[in-house]
Ligand binder design. Structure first.
Ligand SMILES: *Cc1c(COP(=O)(O)O)cnc(C)c1O
Length: 475
């Protein structure tokens, strides 16, 4: 892979500008905010395999999901309709921070000395600092409509828990957040943010659930994982009829809510007079990747634009897309959720405690997995040191400190820009700056102190985890 010169905190040259006539920020007005979400299921060349019941291993129907989710969201989950109207109340709340800006990264381009044009969509302007409220507000809305009183959820880096806390607060619903223990300890201010919006936050694994107790019995010092926290939140939801569960990524309806990002970006790229050759996003469960790419991907699926590329960047420490297997697996660690056809590392895979907490998930969403299997999208795994290096360069040139997750997109975009330079070709790159890192400064501190390291897995280590799937249908 091409490398860019190592830029440390002291040797990066500050650019001096002679002309000031550039348009850096491409802004949409509130009245031009898109009013529909895009459902890619309408345009996929191959349909996905159905989700299976965790017990019977038979395809599940909408009724099986009813204890967990409101009917409106279950219908969206299986919908084949291309466009879904965004409810007016949700549009109104979106306007607290949307439309979000699209930037041309002139200074990053200059630092890289690349012929490529680099654009990024900035989702860090939302109240909780990432793209997550796009679906949190929608989910809270539909739950409220169906009389739900309390929502439970898990959170990794704290971004999702914050977003859902904010949304539940607006709709006057209770919110209970199971926060992966390692993040709970690394990011105490995320917890306080959630408390401020009215949520209860627990360090998972907890003693509050059977799932948590089971994990703690095996390993009292478990750092937790998203999969474990999901098991806990789901268990709480099924025990009470007024409580539902909410997931911040992976599921089809979540991906659809996020397409507001790409719908806006389409309009903004048009205003800029460009169309991206490659769209890059970090990948945890697939929601921000889907959000920015799917509206553009539609041009590849339905308008014959075969040359367009869509690049998901995952951490090398949790490489489900590049080194996992495509098969049925559970969404959680214990095996309570339906079996979903996905690229997975095995549901009990516990990734190392890297700082990009939001990317520490063993699996991927069904839609994105199918698109990857069909070679419509691409994936790359990048080590965390290269990502932080990219994040620091981005901070110095563009001024925004990316969330550790978002640095993966920067690193991916930089690789693309360097490739354009090597080939001496122009190229339009669009990436998703899906969140700011203001609550993640510990990660930067550790990076500067040389405490972060890259992670290497042997194939044997990865195969060992997939063995646990031997009893599950292949798909
Ligand atoms: C949650 C999160 C992610 C990962 O989740 P996706 O569903 O893959 O988008 C990435 N970046 C940020 C800032 C997040 O909060």
């Amino acid at each position: 892979m091409p490398r860019y010169p190592r830029l440390t905190a002291t040797n990066y040259p500050i650019p001096i500008f002679k002309t000031m006539s550039k348009t850096r920020k491409i802004l949409l007005s509130e009245k031009d905010m898109p009013t529909q979400w895009y459902n890619i299921q309408a345009d996929m060349p191959n349909p996905m395999l159905p989700p299976l019941h965790p017990g019977t291993k038979q395809p599940i129907g909408p009724d099986d999901l009813a204890p967990l989710f409101p009917m409106a969201l279950i219908q969206q989950e299986v919908s084949q309709e291309r466009w879904h109207e965004i409810p007016e109340q949700v549009q109104d709340i979106y306007k607290k921070w949307r439309p979000t800006p699209l930037y041309r990264a002139y200074d990053l381009e200059k630092a890289l000395d690349t012929p490529a044009k680099i654009y990024y969509k900035y989702e860090g302007v939302s109240p909780s600092g990432s793209h997550k409220p796009n679906t949190a507000v929608a989910q809270a809305y539909y739950n409220k409509q169906e009389g739900v009183k309390r929502i439970t959820t898990e959170t990794g880096a704290g971004q999702w828990g914050s977003a859902l806390s904010f949304a539940c607060g607006l709709f006057d619903m209770e919110c209970e957040v199971f926060m992966v223990k390692v993040s709970y300890e690394q990011k105490p201010y995320r917890k306080i943010m959630m408390n401020t919006w009215g949520s209860s936050v627990y360090a998972s694994p907890t003693n509050l659930t059977e799932a948590g107790k089971q994990i703690l019995a095996q390993d009292p010092h478990s750092p937790g994982s998203l999969g474990i926290a999901i098991s806990e939140a789901v268990e709480r939801a099924v025990q009470d009829e007024h409580t539902k569960y909410s997931l911040g990524s992976v599921l089809n309806h979540v991906l659809m809510h996020q397409t507001i990002i790409g719908m806006e970006a389409m309009k903004q790229m048009e205003m800029a007079g460009d169309f991206p050759d490659v769209v890059v996003a970090p990948f945890g469960g697939g929601s921000n990747f889907a959000g920015i790419t799917f509206p553009f991907l539609r041009h590849k699926l339905t308008k014959g634009k075969d040359h367009l590329r869509f690049l998901a960047i995952e951490p090398a420490s949790c490489p489900k897309l590049t080194r996992g297997e495509f098969r049925y697996d559970f969404g959680d660690s214990i095996g309570m959720t339906p079996l979903i056809p996905m690229y997975t590392l095995g549901h009990s895979f516990v990734p190392p405690t890297i700082h990009a907490g939001g990317l520490r998930y063993h699996g991927a969403g069904a839609i994105v997995s199918q698109l990857l299997k069909d070679e419509i999208i691409e994936a790359q795994a990048i080590q965390q040191l290269e990502c932080f290096e990219a994040g620091v360069l981005f901070g110095k040139t563009e001024g925004i400190l990316p969330a550790p997750e978002a640095t993966h997109a920067v690193a991916g975009a930089i690789r693309e820009a360097n490739q354009a330079k090597e080939e001496g070709k122009s190229k339009v790159i669009l990436f998703n700056m899906c969140g700011h890192g203001h609550f993640d400064l510990r990660a930067y501190e550790d990076y500067f102190a040389g405490k972060l390291q890259d992670h290497h897995y042997s194939d044997e280590q990865l195969t060992k985890n997939l063995k646990e799937l031997d009893d599950i249908p292949m798909g």
